[in-house]
Design a protein around this ligand. Sequence first.
Ligand code: PHE
Length: 340
Amino acid sequence: MKEQLEQLQVEALEEIKQASTQKALNDVRIKYLGKKGPMTEVLRGMGKLSAEERPIIGELANTVRTTIQSTLDARIEEVKAIELEEKLKAETLDVTLPGRTLTPGHSHLLQQIIDEMEDLFVGLGYTIAEGPEVETDLYNFEMLNLPKDHPARDMQDSFYITEETLLRTHTSPVQARTMLEANGKPIRIICPGKVYRRDEDDATHSHQFMQIEGLVVDESISMADLKGTLEVFVKQLFGETREIRLRPSFFPFTEPSVEVDISCFKCGGKGCNVCKGTGWIEILGGGMVHPHVLEMAGYDSSKVSGFAFGIGVERMAMLKHGVDDIRHFYTNDLRFIEQF
Ligand code: PHE
């Protein structure tokens, strides 16, 4: 029996040594120390031993049992450590690999100009107004003193959706909308937005472009206010030394109406290719809000007056940066876009 126990210990320890997973070690435990294992069997046979032999074999059996048990425990710890090590190795991150670079974009040049204008005018106490791009004939034309069949409608060839709805041809319908909403109160707004005309697209025309509308309505607003305001904005966008010049013009919704020129920022007025030798560049249209337009929107034109202007955003960008084709703004060629 002594040899049997010693043999058992040798075999168990050998198997423990060979086992390299926690599961295998658990199997070894069950095999040697489990209820149906050889140890149990040996202990059961103790009854047959003599009184002298019994304590000796009992002690040996205990030693064998604890030896197997503690060797198992030690080996389990070892295997756990190895398994952890392997897991860590398999999941290693190489922190020295280059990361994914984020290339941050930036605002489009047209948006930059709109932002700059908004900042300037908000600083002057204006608010930003908005209006729908799908507009009714009423706001786009009639409320602006352009009744049906008015010949001046030909100045703005339009995309009609139904007889009464169209893509707005200018941002001026926002004038009418804002006046109706203000309900007789003073107004200071600018409104940037997209507009649409049935133009053939070429280097200076696009069927879709952007405008910034300005509208001020209050007591005793005069042409001097319009001129002063435009001067501030022109100096901000085109440089401190720019001057402006107003020329008589015609819009049905302003009276008097003006075309506004700025002194050429390239040659300073001497004459060059940008200003086509004149020293002046036309940049926008404007005027004093027509009394009919005020009255239609519920204002008493004998008490209040106003001025309005409309600027083409693309045109400003083209002039400012010497862009020779309006289509560059929309084709999203990064070689163009990233220059600004
Ligand atoms: N809406 C006019 C246009 O698109 C510009 C304009 C706006 C003129 C406001 C006068 C006053 O041509």
